[in-house]
Design a protein around this ligand. Structure first.
Ligand code: PMH
Length: 373
């Protein structure tokens, strides 16, 4: 959004995204390159701006979940290789080939359907192996042996192979080690049955930061590129230092001193216990500020203030610690003076993970970019 009139906004420090990539690069083997994972509008941060910054910082490729996300990047002039990690319908492979977008392949039936198309040029594919995530991918050796001969066809250019870890952010490495061992087994079989060179990528943020020596040609760097740790375990271990890129702000649009016993918001569920300063903030559940965040805190003039009463669609109320003015800045995620509210604090309040908080801030909230490349 270039121009907007709202008094609520998300700020993205693009230099922090660059910093986080540089920190990971320092930790990885020299030969390991980076896919910047920019699906879901770059975890809510803004796909185009993040993609450009990530590439400027040295990420070599981009990864998204859907073909639409990939096409959007291409249409905006992004020329780097893009991988769609999720499902693409066989008949949509035309578009992928046309845009030069790499798609993920893991089903014999899918391969057979693509074989029946007369593509003007081959589609570049990466094989997905399910080594223990249980989501999508080739699981059995027989499946792999069935598919490989079909890929020796002019419609396909097999360029890469990948898998995804289910537990790389947990203390126990048992499942991670099993997944990795099975990946090696499948790789051995693949190499005995395929002549061409392929690139290999396995690690998400957790795996790439914690086990850099166990990575292959690329890692797929998502949550930590945005400056967030994938779990409490990794946050405590802190394999690299990260700087969060996103902060969320608004401004008071109304301030009032009310008497003891004043009801606030729908249902009149909050009644002031004494004379209180109540502020109104122009953000609500239509912006992704979930109603369950009632009772969470925001910052005004560096002080924590509780969200009181029900959160409405476009507004919520807070109990101010002291008198404040219309226009004073309200920070829901980020720092004011000495106080910081991390995305993890909101995630904990909602019994979820920071990934979900980043993705839930709706497109109605304008994103402002600092240090755009
Ligand atoms: N690779 C794949 C296949 C993914 O699905 C994801 C994230 C990543 C890499 C990046 O992981 P990171 O953000 O932990 O670094 N996917 C998801 C997901 O499907 N739900 O939460 C995160």
């Amino acid at each position: 959004m270039e121009k907007f009139y709202r008094d609520s906004w998300v700020e993205i420090q693009l230099e922090n995204i660059i910093y986080n990539i540089q920190q990971l690069k320092k930790r990885l083997n020299k030969e390991t390159e980076i896919y910047a994972v920019v699906k879901a509008n770059a975890y809510g941060h803004g796909d185009i701006e993040v993609a450009r910054s990530a590439l400027a910082a040295g990420a070599k490729r981009l990864a998204v979940a859907t073909l639409d996300e990939a096409v959007r990047l291409r249409e905006c002039g992004v020329e780097a290789p893009i991988l769609v990690m999720g499902w693409v319908r066989p008949e949509h492979v035309y578009a992928a080939a046309d845009y030069g977008i790499t798609v993920t392949c893991y089903q014999k039936e899918w391969v057979e359907e693509v074989l029946s198309l007369s593509l003007p040029k081959p589609v570049t594919i990466h094989l997905k192996w399910d080594t223990g995530m249980g989501r999508i991918g080739i699981r059995k050796k027989e499946e792999l042996l069935d598919i490989l001969p079909l890929l020796k066809n002019k419609n396909f250019h097999l360029e890469g192979i990948f898998t995804h870890f289910a537990t790389a952010d947990e203390i126990s490495t048992e499942h991670f080690d099993n997944q990795r061992a099975y990946f090696e087994e499948l790789l051995h079989l693949f190499r005995a049955n395929w002549d061409g060179e392929v690139v290999l990528h396995t690690g998400n943020s957790a795996a790439s930061m914690r086990f850099p020596e166990k990575m292959f040609d690329y890692v797929r760097f998502g949550i930590s590129m945005y400056g967030l740790y994938p779990s409490g375990v990794v946050k405590k271990e802190k394999p690299i230092n990260l700087k969060p890129a996103l902060s969320l702000h608004s401004r008071l649009i109304h301030v009032k001193k009310v008497d003891k016993g004043t009801p606030v918001s729908y249902g009149a569920t909050y009644i002031t216990e004494r004379e209180e300063w109540i502020g109104t903030v122009p953000l609500g559940y239509a912006d992704g500020i979930r109603r369950a965040l009632q009772g969470a805190e925001v910052l005004v003039n560096g002080k924590r203030c509780e969200i009181v009463g029900r959160i409405c669609m476009d507004q919520f109320m807070i109990r101010l610690q002291e008198q404040a003015g219309v226009g004073d800045k309200v920070t829901l995620i980020g720092t004011q003076h000495e106080e910081t509210i991390e995305m993890d604090e909101l995630a904990e309040k909602l019994s979820t993970i920071n990934y979900e908080i980043a993705c839930m801030i709706s497109s109605r909230v304008p994103r402002i970019y600092i240090d755009k490349v």
